[in-house]
Design a protein around this ligand. Structure first.
Ligand SMILES: Cc1ncc(COP(=O)(O)O)c(C=O)c1O
Length: 361
């Protein structure tokens, strides 16, 4: 093992620390898994879309066959939904995989990626992995400064990554800010606009006209949040056919499983579930906002399905909450000091977090 010759940076790339799975916490803390709640990965607290569950069961007898690698049916449905064509879409094993496709296609040593100071963790990871440099731009008020990001582009910049709403900070940029950024991006730099949570916003930005204008833009979307399918791993990118065609060349033949494709198709039709998920999130945000105020704790809220809570010692508080079967997330690795990130749960889950918190500070 020690003598294996590896590509530069492979052995020094940090291993991504995800929100802890319930089974692991149960094992390590000697807790009953049924009593543990996970508010650590911004998943849908209502579970999967029921229509998606039906589709998975319907499809189960066919899983001996490889999936349609091009996800023809799903790309077709998405195209109709957004008023685009199949050629505007690439389907990924989660939207995270598409960030990796972008790394494969665009990055190499000597190049750089512009991103916010507190970016979604996968951007610096992929950047580093492909030998490129991350140019992190200050985020005043914990929000992306789109003008400063544009100003940071230099001759070696291959990509600008922005998520709106962002994660780990829960704030979003306005549609006007995003459109101005898309229109100003140089022709030879790709703007990766990661939209994992737009359904939760009061107003979703419509970026389809910018895609039709053939800007060097890819918009990432996911089935992991409001559609409740994080465990299946399915997301998509939409962009100009020329850019999508480049990314298709980096994709493995069968990157998205058949159950994921069928469940995603069914979830798109489950409007009632999406609307219920959005409602539960809005009510949950109000509930925790009031609860934290009563506890005298400062917090950062946006409109998405998670928030930041300011606590004196986040590592200690996260650990104490774990011991009580409440999984939340320290954001110290992202550079955010004195805060922890908590996902909005069901009413009962939010209350359990609020009840446990005072004893964990
Ligand atoms: C900004 C952002 N992008 C992408 C993802 C991951 O999406 P997926 O599950 O589709 O890989 C997340 C999930 O937490 C996220 O917060």
């Amino acid at each position: 093992m020690m003598n294996i010759r590896v590509r530069d940076r492979v052995d020094t790339t940090p291993i991504y620390q995800a929100g802890l799975p319930i089974e692991l916490v149960a094992r390590e803390r000697g807790l009953d898994p049924d009593t543990i709640i996970k508010l650590a990965s911004n998943e849908n607290p209502l579970g999967p879309s029921p229509k998606a569950i039906e589709a998975i069961i319907r499809e189960a007898p066919h899983v001996h066959l490889y999936p349609d690698g091009g996800a023809w049916e799903l790309a077709g449905k998405l195209a109709a939904m957004h008023g685009l064509t199949r050629e505007h879409f690439i389907i990924g094993n989660g939207s995270n995989e598409i960030i990796e496709f972008l790394g494969q296609a665009l990055l190499e040593p000597g190049t750089n990626v512009v991103m916010g100071e507190f970016p979604f963790a996968v951007y610096p990871l992929v950047t580093y992995h492909f030998g490129a440099d991350a140019r992190k731009i200050a985020m005043p008020g914990l929000k992306h400064d789109t003008e400063a990001m544009l100003a940071a582009i230099d001759a070696n910049t291959r990509m600008v990554c922005i998520s709106s709403p962002n994660n780990p900070t829960p704030l979003h940029n306005s549609a006007d800010e995003l459109r101005a950024m898309i229109r100003a991006i140089p022709e030879n730099v790709v703007l990766c606009l990661d939209a994992a949570y737009p359904e939760y916003l009061d107003e979703q930005p419509d970026l389809v006209p910018e895609i039709l204008a053939n800007r060097p833009l890819i918009v990432l979307r996911t089935f992991s949040k409001v559609y409740g399918l994080a465990g299946l791993r399915v997301g998509y990118g939409m962009g100009s056919p020329a850019l999508i065609s480049l990314l298709q060349r980096t994709r493995q033949p069968f990157n998205v499983g058949v159950l994921a494709q069928k469940a995603a198709l069914a979830a798109l039709d489950d409007r009632a579930f999406v609307e219920r998920s959005i409602r539960v999130n809005r009510d949950g945000l109000l509930q925790v906002q009031e609860g934290l105020k009563r506890l005298g704790l400062d917090a950062v809220f946006g409109q998405t399905n998670f928030y930041l809570v300011k606590v004196p010692d986040p590592a200690k508080t996260c650990d104490a909450l774990l011991g009580r079967g409440v999984i939340v997330r320290s954001v110290a690795p992202s550079g955010l000091k004195g805060m922890m990130r908590v996902s909005v749960g069901t009413k009962e889950e939010n209350q359990r977090f609020l009840d446990a918190l005072p004893n964990c500070l």
